[in-house]
Design a protein around this ligand. Structure first.
Ligand SMILES: NC(=O)c1ccc[n+]([C@@H]2O[C@H](COP(=O)([O-])OP(=O)(O)OC[C@H]3O[C@@H](n4cnc5c(N)ncnc54)[C@H](O)[C@@H]3O)[C@@H](O)[C@H]2O)c1
Length: 340
């Protein structure tokens, strides 16, 4: 579809330049976009990224105090007619201090032909969905036959990761979870176990999970100084580690000695390094996640390879999912049209 045709399609339902669609979190969720749909959309975004068919400057941010950040995340994915920007906040203490999510935000979409804003939507759900989709697509590309999966952190992201992982790791027999909060593990099991056939087991300790599982992921918190919870000596050859919380959870020695260190975006990781994350320096990066998914660079080449694949989050995934949200909302007349 050309930009003109896309503009025409939107114009049939929205007065471009005069109004935009506002979608609340509940309205976004109500559109019935399934995990399978998200996986398909995110895969397309990752392939576009791998083929360098996108525009996405590295996130810029503000940091009103030490442990928090706001990120501006613009992206354009031509193949999906998706252009826009996510403005996302991460406040690790929100859940305990205020009973609010750690991650909240809004996303703006634009009409590509004219640039006019066409939608503003809550992006908490989009973020909660597209992040595990990236992890589990990477897991599929790097360790498809894994029988054990470990999830560190059982909050919003951890819970969704456990839901998503069964879609791509079809041989899974056991999922081990760990959180410093017992109640978070109980809640995850209560919510997810009825939905999936693979047994979810509460791990006794990070050490047990690190030693037991082939594929491991973490979604805890992002801070500049690594917590190094998972020790280097607990990790062995042949494992695949997929953090979505940067370098916080893992002993930096692990990434340094990994046979392959893959990241979703080299530019983003270098920017984070400049901001003071990775105090021990970024390990050598061999590929981007999208390049692996698109088959441009090799993934696992040997069963003994230790692979770390760090996915910090890319706006290309957000805008592609948001475009689908927008299309569905237009079709089903969900949301409120607001004057510009
Ligand atoms: N990569 C991405 O694209 C992306 C997107 C969204 C969020 N994130 C990151 O994912 C992380 C989790 O986000 P969320 O929305 O799920 O937050 P959340 O607050 O809902 O969950 C975090 C969980 O981690 C647990 N935790 C904290 N420290 C821990 C530790 N030392 N060991 C085990 N568990 C620990 C907490 O108890 C909590 O249950 C954050 O760091 C966030 O920035 C990444």
């Amino acid at each position: 579809m050309t930009f003109e045709a896309d503009h025409k399609y939107i114009s049939q339902k929205l007065y471009i330049g005069k109004e935009m669609l506002y979608l609340t979190r509940d309205e976004v969720i109500s559109l019935g976009i399934r995990e399978e749909d998200i996986l398909k959309l995110v895969k397309e975004a990752l392939i576009a990224h791998g083929k360098k068919e996108y525009e996405m400057p590295a996130k810029i941010g503000i940091h009103p105090y030490e442990e928090v950040f706001y990120h501006a995340m613009p992206a354009y994915v031509p193949s999906q007619k998706a252009a826009g920007m996510k403005w996302i906040e991460c406040y690790p203490n929100n859940p305990t201090k205020f009973g609010l999510p750690q991650t909240t935000g809004l996303l703006i979409l634009n009409d590509i032909l004219t640039g006019c804003p066409i939608a503003v939507m809550d992006c908490t759900w989009i973020t909660a969905m597209r992040t595990p989709a990236v992890t589990v697509l990477a897991a599929e590309a790097l360790h498809e036959d894994a029988e054990t999966f470990a999830m560190f952190g059982c909050g919003v992201q951890g819970t969704e990761h456990v839901k998503y992982v069964v879609h791509t790791l079809k041989n899974l027999k056991k999922i081990y979870i760990y959180d410093i909060r017992e109640e978070a593990m109980d809640k995850l099991i209560e919510e997810v176990q009825p939905k999936i056939d693979v047994e979810i087991i509460k791990g006794e300790s990070p050490e047990m999970l690190a030693k037991e599982c082939e594929v491991l992921s973490s979604a805890t918190l992002i801070i500049r100084t690594p917590l190094s919870v998972v020790k280097d000596e607990w990790v062995s050859k042949g494992q695949t580690i997929l953090p979505c919380d940067l370098n916080t959870y893992w002993d930096p020695k692990i990434t340094k000695r990994a046979d392959k260190y893959i990241v979703d975006s080299i530019e983003e990781h270098e920017l984070f390094e400049e901001m003071g994350y990775f105090p021990d320096g970024l390990p050598e990066i061999v590929a981007e996640t999208g390049e692996i998914i698109a088959g441009i660079k090799p993934g696992r080449e040997d069963k003994d390879e230790l692979i770390v694949c760090s996915n910090i989050g890319m706006a290309v995934c957000d805008v592609v999912v948001a475009r689908e949200v927008f299309n569905r909302a237009l079709e089903s007349k969900v949301g409120v049209k607001l004057p510009l």
